[in-house]
Write a protein that binds this ligand. Sequence first.
Ligand code: LLP
Length: 426
Amino acid sequence: MIYRPVKCGGSGHASRLILHCEAVSLETLAERFGTPLYVYSANIIRERTRTFDAAFSKAPHTVCYSVKANSNLGILRLLAGMKCGFDVVSGGELERVLRVDRKLARRVVFSGVGKTPDEMQTALKANILLFNVESESELHSLAKCAARAKKTARIALRVNPDVPAETHPYIATGLHQHKFGVPIADAVRLYAQAAQAEHLNIAGVSVHIGSQITDVRPFAAAMERVAELVRKLRAQGHAITYVDAGGGLGIGYGDGEQGNFSRQAASYAEAVLAPLRGLDVHLLLEPGRCIVGPSGVLLTRVLYRKANNGKKFLVVDAAMNDLLRPSLYGAYHEIVPVCTSQSASRETVDVVGPICESGDFLARDRELPPAQEGDLLAILDTGAYGMALSSNYNTRPRPAEILVDRKSVKVIRRRESTQDLLRLES
Ligand code: LLP
């Protein structure tokens, strides 16, 4: 446990337990940088990246971290240092990776259903590893862009395997009713078309069935279908070097549910690798959440306690604009006090933000140790899709982001000011 309570302030009654990130007190960080505040542990990210990578050690592979989960340059730099590649879904995300190091382009895969010609040009110029093409129209558009740029685009078609996976409906992607990929039944015809285009180079097959999937069987089912397609395509003379397995491995968000990541990664790896055995492909993996999710906490301070007809609320200084997951997906994030008293008592509260929407909550009907105005709370497992999904709704400046590496503390994004928000308007 890198986030853990540490006894502070002498012995006996005077001592308190204060939650730390690595060697740094979260109370000190909140005092120094204010709240709401995102804090990430560099060593959790390193450890999970190493564990994930090791699970695939038997097969040639590249871990292409999914930038959308947390796109902070400080985090991308950390992962680049661990030899990760990157999965991007926009020109903006590509720009972030290139900002870290232009040479990283050779480890970039570009996914997404709506790539614009401008984004394609930039990616072609940077010479990225692979375009994951998601429709027939996109195939034509990319062929045109590549011809115009006198470049060759290495491509994989993202196939939609029509495999159900148990997750929130907004983040399932592998069924025919979803907008993603091309029906696997159309793939052979589309690969034949792609082979005709002078500036397209068929390099692989790609798939992604959704996010926050904790049962590994759907991954295996999708891979079975991909493996069958790879055999068919090779029989028709296409050179399939890469299989991109996408991302999606879920994490535990509940109380102490993080479990054993090396076991989870190993069983995920087995599900993905078993169907591919004997195919001699280079595997690309696009994990996001399982790398950065558990590394982050969102620190928030209680502004007010209130009760409406007996229903108790903690109004805190973080809101749905800082952390959207509870409002958007009904997602559960564990909330713990930063400073723990020894009291065993509990109360049931809604933890809500200052935004003018009833949907602005961080937890509903949650049993928490009684918190007073001014107390600090930590919202756990917010390293993925926390800051990345944040907005300026209600003209709220976004939190700062801090990267802790043992004793070292780095501001990897300063807190926005209202001036920052107004700068683009006239
Ligand atoms: N590859 C592709 C093509 C994706 O669309 C995604 C996620 C990933 C990889 C990374 O998936 P991960 O390993 O992180 O599950 N905002 C939602 C999650 C949306 C995921 C979108 N695509 C949430 O907060 O739960």
